[in-house]
Design a protein around this ligand. Sequence first.
Ligand code: XUL
Length: 525
Amino acid sequence: MSKYLGIDASTQSMTALIIDVEATPRIAVEESVIFDEHFGRRYGVENGTIDLGGGQVHAPPLMWVEALDLLLAKLCDHGHDLSRLRAVAGSGQQHGTVYLNQTAAPALAGLDPARTLAAQLAGVFSRATSPIWMDTSTTAQCRQIEAAVGGRQVLLQLTGNTAFERFSGPQIRKFSQTDPQGYDRTAHIGLVSSFVASLLAGRLVPVDPGDGSGTNLLDIRRRQWSPEALQATAPELARRLLPITPSTEAIGEISPYFARRYGFSPTCRVFPFSGDNPCSLIGLGLVEPGRVALSLGTSDTLFACMDQARACDSGEGAVFCSPDGINYMALICFLNGSLAREAVKDQYSLDWEQFAQALRDTPPGNGGGLMLPYFAAEIAPHVPEPGVVRQDLDPADANANVRAVIEAQALSSRLHSAWMDVPVTSLSVTGGASANEEILRVYANVHSCPVHRFQTTNSAALGAALRAWHGCEGGESGEPMGGWRETVEPFTRPQTTIQPDPGAARVYAKMLRAYERLERSAIDR
Ligand code: XUL
């Protein structure tokens, strides 16, 4: 058996990617389920999420359950033989928490292949909706947790991160405070990643250090839950969290439900799921310190591989464990990613081709026109309330506004990644918007470096599939027989490279300061 499956449970969709390593290693299959298309009305989601107001953004975990059945049924309908899969691993949107009652474990263990997952699992949740990474409603809980561990610096040193609104710990604390009965009914708390892995394994699966480091609960150097952070977050949290499991070790075999219903081999192994960004780190081949990547998805993230957990003092950047089991990753997350691009596209009634044409028709620097694209509250820089700011930019000029939103995103990615202290000599790009070459040209010029694009824009699902392959190649001691470099190399050869234009790069070097001043004045205000 030479095929490996990666599943990415992201904000707006669930994707399956199969690699075949039999002869020349290659991507054999990519298939997605878009949540709004299938579940929009029934679950009341828009862009895969439910806006509950006051900065609260949730998603229904039962929708993810249904999406998994649908995704696997689609693979079978399209003639893909799942019995050839040797192992599966996955990735999930980071930070989102899933709250399960005591019926979850027996329900997972007794799944009947004649019925859907959703029909059998609708009753396992102690909270109907899961707060996700776009939720900004927990500022009070962030400060309380920092104070309870002995201060912001103590939490930073311990977990690698200051408290962030979207991280799981502050979200769990808020739930325990605002719905104590619901919290009492909660027997287990998982992340999106560990929850989807639990469905596949037919039992509750622990969190891996990659995704665990996005909780404010993990001792980042020991790669274990931190008793102090758990204590500071919510009552009796330790008994609600399963112990952390290493990212590189299989957690068991696939549940008989999937073997009987979709034809998986009963010996197909399941590896822990990790976060989408940590899996993208692998899927883009960042398995040694020094290289930098950019993901243009629902959120935009810029990240780098590091050999040490170097924390960000300003509280803007995050540090996670790499699921390679060795390294760490530095990450900066911009909430106004594709949602901001789409907002501008829709405001001027453009399609994506017209959006790209607008970039072709306008000059680098936009004649001095600037935009702060805070269509929603922003993570980096920390902007708690939405509000778009325009400077020397005519709101009626569609082309200039298109250029302004992309230039703002690219300039901001340069400004806010300085703390990583990793020289950006090239950018490996992924995510839906990386299909747009004009957008990438702006990034190449702003960062004054080549931008590489790869065979797939689904690097998180690819990274998950590569993790499954690498895990199966491990010897009995758990030591990988082939190194990570050999695993990722065949899949991470650039397909296109966009070189920077020196003239445009000079324009942006100047513009960066003007953008920084505008950003600062808006934040101070
Ligand atoms: C990273 C973050 C987002 C989510 C959604 O910290 O919040 O990138 O992982 O993809």
